[in-house]
Design a binder for this molecule. Structure first.
Ligand code: CCH
Length: 290
């Protein structure tokens, strides 16, 4: 059965906006992280990895239980590098002890995306901390060395369509790969902490060469210093994916709209929010300043 969302007692939009603001202000203060990329991309990746353990066949994993806080899940080799995001969130969790871990991890991703000029992401509270025994086993996150068909089957586990998969992967406009984390190295584009459709533009327009990196893994490199994972490149090797890559490269608004829906679905997989009211839409720090 689906997990029933239960909102934190007595908490409403204003309370969650305060958590949003605390995360957003810390993002501004600690902008020097990772060569001045800042923590935004790492927080987005955390929100996806805590959700990406979901399995629709038995409704296990996913963002609901906040089980990333247990060593078993945090130590999944696929989660290497996310200790940074976890450490970033520690003082926020202390300041707002009433928020569940699943809500905090997902709200952090929403905050980071909006502060990096991404679309407004409607977000709903109500995830409830689960026990360590409910933490999913390691190995549920995807393998970047594979091709487009692997990606299609991988995301089938969540019930995502080709269009939703392509939209989601546009998040790779953000941040970079780190040899010491994943065995891949380099950014996907120039604007590593602004949310744009650059991933799709670069995928179509750069001159990609398949090369072995210093960890011995093959990745696609361009002469501008950008990279693509084999799974990313799979999106232009497969015609059913490629038509969406072309669409989003031409139309950033369409990308923003489709990304928003797919990302909300990713964060809410396995949860029944029917007892709650409307989703919250948060103001960015900039909007509150003016
Ligand atoms: Fe991703 N991603 N991702 N990814 N990802 C990596 C980094 C980021 C895959 C592999 C990798 C999504 C889907 C996939 C981000 C968001 C999303 C890295 C480098 C690998 C490898 C990690 C490192 O070395 O630090 C694969 C494979 C898939 C699916 O096929 C989805 C979906 C999202 C979000 C919606 C973001 C953001 C980063 C940058 C993190 C950072 O620290 O800069």
């Amino acid at each position: 059965a689906l997990h029933l969302a239960q909102a934190e007692d007595g908490k409403g939009l204003d309370d969650f906006q305060k958590v949003y603001n605390a995360i957003a202000e810390k993002l501004r203060d600690e902008d020097e992280f990772d060569g001045y990329i800042g923590y935004g991309p790492n927080l987005v990746r955390l929100s996806w990895h805590v959700s990406g353990t979901f399995d629709k066949n038995d409704n296990s994993g996913g963002s609901f239980g906040g089980t990333y806080r247990f060593k078993k899940e945090a130590d999944d080799p696929a989660n290497k590098g996310l200790q940074n995001a976890a450490r970033f969130l520690e003082p926020i969790a202390k300041k707002f002890p009433w928020i569940s871990h699943g809500d905090l991890y997902t709200l952090a991703g929403v905050t980071a995306l909006q502060e990096m000029q991404g679309p407004k992401i409607p977000w709903r509270p109500g995830r409830v901390d689960a026990d360590e025994k409910d933490a999913p086993e390691n190995g549920r996150l995807p393998d970047a060395s594979k091709d487009g068909n692997y990606v299609r089957h991988y995301f089938g586990r969540f019930g995502f369509s080709d269009q939703e998969i392509v939209a989601l992967l546009g998040a790779h406009c953000l941040g970079k790969t780190h040899l010491e984390n994943s065995g891949y190295e380099g950014p996907w584009g120039a604007a590593t902490n602004t949310f744009t459709n650059e991933f799709f533009v670069n995928l179509l327009n750069e001159n990609w060469k398949l090369e072995k990196n210093d960890a011995g893994n093959e990745q696609y490199n361009s002469n501008k210093g950008y990279m693509m994972l084999p799974t990313d490149y799979g999106l232009i090797q497969d015609g059913k994916f490629k038509k969406y890559v072309e669409k989003y490269a031409k139309d950033q608004d369409a990308f923003f709209e489709d990304f928003k829906s797919a990302y909300v679905k990713l964060l809410e997989n396995g949860i029944d929010f029917s007892k709650l009211g409307k989703a919250y839409v948060f103001k960015t720090l900039d909007e509150q300043d003016s």
